[in-house]
Design a protein around this ligand. Structure first.
Ligand SMILES: [Cu+2]
Length: 153
């Protein structure tokens, strides 16, 4: 390779690198942040119990249990939007997606496996609707919280 050809090759390589880097940069800016998942495993709970997302991010609830569950907004404390949300997560793969457009907290519970007491705190449903185990316990109230914070997407 002549030195002239080498210089042209080096220049071409540099241009390709710069175009490549700027393309990657644009791709990062235009791609929305991935949805965060909250899973109902094969039991009456949401996992993880608590997640933190950024403004503009979507949370997807996925029911992997063989029973129906619900996602109900605890509006006594909800400051993150979607007030009055009350959705059924059908058994075996039902989903709900909510996108949070401002900062706040979104406490939620399953109306089948939790209920709110006089202070709007989730508690196990108890004898009038709870599922009782052989030891007489009504389990843990099925609930969770999404915290939405400002920040770069
Ligand atoms: Cu439930």
């Amino acid at each position: 390779m002549t030195s002239r050809a080498f210089r042209w090759s080096a220049l071409a390589l540099a241009v390709i690198c710069m175009v490549g880097i700027s393309t990657i940069g644009m791709a990062q800016q235009s791609v929305k942040p991935m949805a965060r998942q909250i899973i109902v495993p094969d039991e009456d709970r949401f996992t993880p119990f608590a997640i933190t997302v950024r403004v503009g991010q979507t949370v997807e609830w996925v029911n992997n249990d063989t029973d129906d569950h619900t996602v109900v907004s605890n509006d006594a404390f909800n400051t993150a939007g979607h007030r009055g949300a009350h959705a059924i997560l059908k058994a075996n793969g039902g989903t709900l997606r909510l996108t949070f457009n401002h900062a706040g907290v979104f406490p939620f519970y399953c109306a089948f496996h939790s209920m709110l007491d006089a202070d709007n705190q989730p508690k196990a449903p108890g004898p009038d609707g709870g599922i009782q185990d052989p030891d007489g316990n009504f389990g843990t109230p099925m609930n969770g919280v999404v915290t939405v914070v400002e920040g770069n997407n």
